[in-house]
Design a protein around this ligand. Structure first.
Ligand code: AVJ
Length: 307
């Protein structure tokens, strides 16, 4: 724990303040994210689901019999269920997450609907390679699954490093199925992170409430505001919390100074072109066997293979 506070304080003491997006997801934050996925402006989830409905059968065909499904992040989402429903006698489902709590919940949920699928959660930070468990049934192929365009949270170089980890975990003849949000009309992207109901603003600000509770901080939520801007040159959303005034905030034993208008970056959400992301997959060691998109080309689902 003390190490965790140290990292947080270091991020808040840098000339450009930042907090890792992982602090969005306490219980309230996970609920708010669920609400975001149902917003009319937040096209990502529904678009990806629509693509999956159209292509999951083909994915299952490519993956073949007795594949293992290794999800980066603890899933149990509709998309995960869709994969497990279509895969041919999946050998095992392995959700990988840093949070044991999230993993146990996802394990419980999956077991109810898929009593015949072995579920072996792995508690690990998936940005570094980790040991895969040995399931009862020997898998014929590993299929790494990383839906939701979570890859967009990583800066480009880090995203390629993560793809290299996935390449390793996929193993010889393994595959990667990954969902990626694509570049499009900036107004559409802007609206997705600035919804009219203000849910994304609450989601962003909830991070401060989380830090107040878990790390004895005293952020005043009324003195920070949500901001999300899309920079089409870098192709990414930058989410920030903007200090309304000059103020000092305590976190643990540290004191953090804010000027009026000073920002904390809480998240990047990168959008790629189809070709850009293919090049990244290749830099990670994969080749792209197939990509599916929606009719507007707003989102891509890639089937990448090791060869
Ligand atoms: C879950 C990381 C894909 O970047 O769109 C939603 C999180 N942030 N609204 C995204 C998020 C603001 C989301 N990811």
């Amino acid at each position: 724990m003390p190490d965790e506070i140290k990292t947080l304080v270091a991020g808040l003491s840098a000339p450009e303040k930042s907090i890792s997006p992982k602090y969005f997801y306490d219980e309230a934050g996970s609920k708010l994210f669920e609400d975001i996925t149902r917003l009319p402006e937040y096209y990502l989830t529904n678009t990806e689901l629509g693509i999956m409905e159209a292509c999951v059968e083909e994915i299952a065909e490519l993956a073949g019999e007795r594949a293992s499904l290794i999800e980066f992040g603890s899933g149990s989402s509709m998309k995960t269920r869709m994969m497990l429903r279509h895969l041919r006698s999946p050998a095992v489902y392995v959700p990988v997450d840093i949070s044991e709590e999230h993993l146990l919940e996802s394990q419980r949920n999956i077991k109810v609907d898929f009593p015949d699928v072995e579920v072996i959660p792995v508690v690990a930070d998936f940005t570094h390679s980790f040991d895969l468990p040995s399931p009862t049934t020997m898998p014929l192929r590993n299929v790494v699954y990383f839906p939701g365009s979570t890859i967009g949270n990583f800066e480009k170089e880090d995203a390629i490093d993560l793809l290299r980890v996935m390449y390793q975990e996929a193993g010889p003849d393994g595959a990667l199925v990954i969902g990626v949000d694509l570049q499009k009309d900036p107004a559409v992207i802007h609206a997705a992170y600035n919804d009219s109901a203000g849910i994304t603003a609450r989601f962003n600000l909830n991070m401060l409430r989380h830090l107040n509770r878990e790390f004895s901080a005293n952020f005043n939520l009324d003195s920070f505001a949500h901001r999300a801007t899309y920079d089409s040159d870098s192709g990414r959303i930058v989410m920030e919390l903007v200090s309304a005034e000059k103020q000092v905030v305590r976190i643990g034993d540290a004191r953090i100074q804010f000027d009026a208008g000073e920002t904390i970056t809480t998240e990047y959400s990168h959008k790629y072109t189809l070709d850009d992301f293919e090049a990244m997959a290749v830099a990670g060691g994969f080749s792209v066997a197939k990509v599916w998109t929606d009719s507007k080309q707003w989102f891509g689902v890639y089937y990448c293979i090791r060869d």
